[in-house]
Structures are given as structure tokens and as C-alpha cells.
Design a protein around this ligand. Structure first.
Ligand code: FAD
Length: 394
């Protein structure tokens, strides 16, 4: 493990089972051989590398039997494995990890936590095998941070059908999704419900948001829902108010803390590679004291973000899902990641602004991670409310 995770100085990876480690090793091989060679080119063209991503699906990262040894009765692999899965994906590329998180994190957990047994049996296996690609439709053009109170998309029950109207914005992978979980307000009781809208439904239109300077491989959709009609069977039975959306976000926000940790790890790896190869003043750049101080700070951030991720994963594995816990981890890890990707870019000098050194991609992508799934401020306010007992959102 030490050889596989040389930057994991405090050995958090020791908590992985042998089966989990085998899957992660297989995944890294695929990422290095099939995905890494194509990410920069796709980032530049703002296209998602679907073919390479398909190779990740083949590893069985969500459903390999190796991940369920000793987990009888559980639907998901262990939370610690989940943290290291994000480390692998995000240390390679934040777009790949983000695409995965909307599918395997947000969409999958919405189904597992919001669906009835029948609905879980219908949707979950196809999402876990990547046969159906999913997304997560919560944010709207006029409501981001204030979505809890502001959500304006409506759903009206007509017989055994529902008619959905409204708009969603920033929805990752929406343009190619087979299933689109859409959160909408029931016009009868004003409560937020969730509908698994099939891709290609009549009245559903997805425009891809253009000209992004972060996470360029991920296509983010602006969704228009114009009298979209869905069956009552698509309404997730256990989502009956924003409290249930918050329950889902409490679990999935941990994934973004892990994703930020993986980017922290990846930017140090990429920076180390560069400074060990680059000569200045007749010596390797890595041999200068000022450079080593920056590398040491980056390593401290790797260990700190891993510590947050691993302990949050342990708590969640024990069934403890506190809002302030995942908010704190997302806030902390995204902050440390933002500092680390900037240091990584810095130690690579001028070449650090080209895609070839990889650090530039991390640097740009870091801005999106800092702002999505609860901005820095919103997560800080959740922690602040825990500390003071005073909500300061409004
Ligand atoms: P706003 O809410 O408009 O905030 C603007 C600024 O004001 C921020 O700095 C914010 O922190 C600050 N602010 C707002 N309210 C307060 C307050 N009370 N106190 C202090 N400061 C405040 N959403 C989905 O549903 N599905 C997705 O798949 C998805 N993917 C995304 C991918 C990307 C690349 C991005 C950028 C976003 C994605 N989102 C997605 C949406 C994301 O979760 C929102 O962008 C985020 O919640 C912030 O909302 P906003 O962008 O509307 O910012």
C-alpha cells in the first residue's frame, strides 16, 4: 500500500480490504492506460471521453463482487472504498470524477435513499452497471444556494400521471442521461418530490452550457421542462419534502470532499513529476529549498484532506450522517485543494499554465469544485449554525 499510495503518509489506505484494493488497482491501470492519454485533448475540445469512461465502468467500480465480501445485506461498497475511489478518479482528472459523482453519487444515492424497494430494484442495478447513465436535477436558473425555499419547478398530478414544468441549470451529464431525477414542487401540497424522468421525454429539452473555463469535459445542461408527462411510478416514494433532499445531500456532499482530496493528491503528484525532471541553475528544481517548502505544504494538505475524508467515511459507514460533518469536510477539503492546485501550478512555472503538465487543468477545475454542491459560504454557514445555534443564511 505504501508503494501504491506514497503520499498517504498517515496510512489511511490501510483500512481498505484486499478485495477493495484489487478493484482500485484494476481501476488505476485502466485510468493510466485508457483515460489519461485522452483527457487533455477532450478538456480542450470541451467533449466528454465516453469511450474511455466506458472502460472505467467495465472495472465494476460500483458493483464488483470483490467490493461486497463481508458486506452481506449492504447495497453499496464501503464508504472508505468510496473515498479512495474518488482519490483514484480525481487524482487523474476532476471532470471524470465529477461525471462519476453525478451518476454514481448523486443519482445512485437519490434512488437508494428516495426509492421504494420496487423502485430500487428497477433502477439501481442498471445505474450500478452503468447501463443507464444518470444525473441529478436540483439547481435552477434563479435558485442555487436558496434552492430549499426557492425551488420553482412544479409537478401537478393528473390521474396516474404527473405534469412537470420548469427549468434546471448546471445539471451535469443531463444531455446524455438515460434517466434524469428531477426535483419539483407538488402543486397540491407544496412539498418537494423527485421524479425519474426518462431521457428523450416529450417536452424535455437540454441545452449544453457553453464556454466554461472549468471542468470542460463535463457537459452541464440547462434543462427546460415544458408539460413533461411522467407516470406516477417514476415518483420516488420516499422523497416528500426538502428534508429528504437534505438527507441525500448530507450523504453525497461527502463525495465532493473526497473528490477535492483526490485533486489535492493529483496536483502534488503532477507537480512532483515536473520539478524532479526540470533543471534550473544546473540543478533539479526539486532540489531548491523554497520549492521543497511548497511541496511539504501540499503534502500536509494531502494528509489533512485524507484525514477528513477517511474519518467522515468511517462515521458514515457507522450510519452517522450529520449535516455539519459533511459540510465541514467539503468546506475544508475544497479550501485545501484550492491552495494546493495553486501551489502545484506555481512550482511548474510557465509550463504550469499549459495542459501538458496537468496542473493547469487541476487549477482551473478547482474553481468549480469550490462552488458546487454547496458553495464555500453555504457550507461554512451550516458549520456556523452548528457552532452558534444561529442560522445566518438569510
Ligand atoms: P448563488 O447561490 O447565486 O451564489 C452566488 C454567491 O453568493 C456564492 O459565492 C454564494 O456562496 C453566495 N451566497 C449565496 N447565498 C449566500 C448567503 N446566504 N450567505 C453568504 N453568501 C451567499 N446542480 C445540480 O442540481 N446538479 C448538478 O449536476 C450540478 N452540477 C454542477 C456543476 C458545475 C460545474 C457547477 C458550477 C454547478 C453545478 N450545480 C449542479 C449547481 C451548484 O450546486 C450551484 O452552482 C451551487 O449550489 C451554487 O449556486 P449558484 O451557482 O446559483 O450560486
Amino acid at each position: 500500500l505504501k508503494e501504491f499510495y506514497p503520499l498517504d503518509l498517515y496510512a489511511f489506505s490501510r483500512g481498505l480490504t484486499e478485495g477493495e484494493f484489487t478493484v482500485l488497482k484494476n481501476l488505476r491501470k485502466v485510468l493510466e492506460e485508457k483515460v489519461k492519454p485522452v483527457v487533455n485533448e477532450h478538456w480542450e475540445k470541451a467533449e466528454f471521453p465516453f469511450e474511455a469512461f466506458g472502460e472505467i465502468a467495465k472495472v465494476g467500480v460500483m458493483n464488483s463482487p470483490l467490493l461486497f465480501e463481508g458486506r452481506e445485506g449492504k447495497r453499496k461498497p464501503s464508504e472508505l472504498y468510496n473515498a479512495f475511489l474518488y482519490l483514484e478518479l480525481a487524482k487523474l482528472d476532476a471532470s471524470i470524477a465529477t461525471f462519476y459523482t453525478v451518476h454514481g453519487g448523486l443519482c445512485y444515492n437519490t434512488i437508494l435513499m428516495g426509492g421504494s424497494e420496487e423502485q430500487i430494484a428497477h433502477y439501481a442495478p442498471k445505474v450500478a452497471s452503468f447501463e443507464w447513465q444518470g444525473c441529478f436535477g436540483l439547481t435552477e436558473p434563479d435558485h442555487g444556494s436558496d434552492i430549499a425555499g426557492g425551488l420553482a419547478t412544479t409537478a401537478e398530478k393528473k390521474g396516474d400521471k404527473w405534469v412537470i414544468n420548469g427549468e434546471k441549470r448546471w445539471i451535469g451529464g443531463a444531455n446524455t442521461a438515460d434517466i434524469l431525477p428531477i426535483f419539483a414542487r407538488d402543486t397540491a401540497d407544496n412539498k418537494i418530490k423527485c421524479f425519474i424522468v426518462p431521457g428523450g421525454s416529450k417536452g424535455l429539452r437540454v441545452d449544453v452550457i457553453q464556454n466554461k473555463v472549468a471542468l470542460r469535459e463535463v457537459q452541464n445542461g440547462h434543462i427546460y421542462l415544458d408539460n413533461v408527462e411522467v407516470d406516477d411510478s417514476t415518483r420516488l416514494e420516499n422523497v416528500n419534502g426538502f428534508k429528504d433532499v437534505a438527507r441525500i445531500l448530507r450523504a453525497t456532499r461527502a463525495d465532493i470532499a473526497h473528490l477535492a482530496m483526490g485533486m489535492t493528491y493529483g496536483s502534488l503528484e503532477a507537480a512532483l513529476k515536473y520539478v524532479k525532471e526540470r533543471d534550473q541553475f544546473g540543478k533539479k528544481v526539486s532540489s531548491f529549498q523554497l520549492v521543497q517548502e511548497k511541496l511539504a505544504r501540499m503534502e500536509a494538505n494531502v494528509v489533512a484532506t485524507l484525514a477528513y475524508s477517511a474519518q467522515l467515511a468511517n462515521l458514515q459507514e457507522q450510519g452517522e450522517f450529520l449535516e455539519e460533518n459533511s459540510a465541514l469536510a467539503k468546506m475544508h477539503n475544497a479550501l485545501r485543494m484550492r491552495e494546493t492546485v495553486a501551489l502545484g501550478r506555481e512550482v511548474c512555472g510557465g509550463n504550469g499554465i499549459t495542459l501538458e503538465t496537468d496542473v493547469a487543468r487541476f487549477f482551473a477545475d478547482g474553481e468549480a469544485i469550490y462552488s458546487y454542491e454547496g458553495t464555500h459560504e453555504i457550507n461554512a454557514l451550516i458549520v456556523g449554525r452548528y457552532l452558534t445555534g444561529q442560522g445566518a443564511f438569510v
